[in-house]
Design a binder for this molecule. Structure first.
Ligand SMILES: Cc1cc2nc3c(=O)[nH]c(=O)nc-3n(C[C@H](O)[C@H](O)[C@H](O)COP(=O)(O)OP(=O)(O)OC[C@H]3O[C@@H](n4cnc5c(N)ncnc54)[C@H](O)[C@@H]3O)c2cc1C
Length: 262
């Protein structure tokens, strides 16, 4: 089974400055990590490879430092890495990001299964996975919380919808966007990290894409225009209660009753 996992490098903190003119995130100098949901996607790929054999490629779109998350994926057990990196991809909104990824996936090879995280912790739209599915013309399902059955022909999975659980059967090729309950991600291995430290990562630029029309990528390929970015005002209020244990217990009970928790 040839599996591709989409992984994104995200800031470790939510205190990232925004360019006031362009609305673009200023990520320079901010510590980054692999998007937490993508760890679950990678763990799903590793488990399927354990069952059916094959190979796992990870792909990321981002600046050269996104190589870091690809190396982390190697230390968890991924076989190959592809980085889509070109200044002309910068400033992409969700549509341009998913288009660039789909073009990169076409250039990277043929895959039975594409796995994404459900969403990221910075952009947070949860749209990239389904959009890649659309661009590639393959079926996709989101919010996948369990793989019920897998075979070399396809998968049966459980989707966690807001008011129902849906069980879906898919043939390959297909795309899944996985939720965090699916499996517990394994830790990266130090031995594997050392063993893969000089493994080559394939870098793809616009010149490697089937569609080389520059206006389809980056800021110019993005119909979304950010007008203003600001932190919402916090509405959280805090109360500090003092008193004896029994008094505080009574007060807490009254409060929970008032809030209809009991
Ligand atoms: C007008 C505009 C300008 C923007 N400019 C910039 C910019 O200059 N620089 C910038 O970094 N961001 C920019 N963004 C944010 C960027 O568009 C989103 O971060 C990107 O589209 C991914 O969306 P998301 O984070 O909501 O992903 P989601 O849809 O929440 O992610 C779902 C899954 O898709 C996969 N995925 C998502 N993004 C990637 C990726 N890059 N590589 C591999 N897999 C991925 C992962 O598996 C992830 O778990 C801009 C957004 C807008 C609207």
């Amino acid at each position: 089974m040839n599996i591709l996992v989409c992984i994104k490098q995200v800031p470790e903190t939510n205190k990232v400055a925004v360019d006031p003119d362009t609305g673009v995130l200023l990520r320079g100098g901010v510590a980054s990590k692999m998007n937490p949901y993508d760890l679950y996607a990678l763990e799903t790929a590793l488990r399927l490879r354990e069952l059916h054999g094959g190979s796992i490629t990870v792909i990321s779109m981002g600046p050269p430092q996104a190589e870091q998350v690809i190396r982390e994926a190697f230390a968890m057990g991924a076989d190959e890495g592809v980085l889509l990196s070109d200044r002309r991809f910068g400033g992409a909104d969700v549509l341009a990001t998913s288009y660039t990824l789909s073009q990169g996936i076409r250039s990277a090879g043929a895959f039975d299964l594409i796995l994404c995280g459900k969403q990221t912790t910075d952009g947070d739209t949860a749209q990239v996975g389904p959009e890649i599915g659309e661009w590639l013309g393959i079926p996709s399902v989101s919010n996948v919380r369990r793989v019920i059955e897998s075979s070399p022909e396809g998968l049966t999975v459980e989707m966690d919808m807001p008011k129902a659980v849906e069980i879906v059967k898919l043939g390959f090729p297909c795309l899944l966007a996985v939720d965090k309950d699916i499996y517990q991600p394994r830790l990266p291995s130090y031995v594997r990290k050392k063993a893969t430290s000089d493994r080559k990562i394939r870098i793809l630029t616009l010149a490697d894409m089937e569609d080389q029309e520059e206006s389809h990528y980056g800021l110019s390929g993005s119909p979304t225009q950010v007008q203003r970015i600001f932190s919402p005002e916090s509405e959280i209020t805090q109360e500090i209660w003092r008193g004896s244990g029994p008094e505080l217990c009574d007060r807490l009970y009254d409060k929970l009753t008032e809030l209809k928790f009991v």
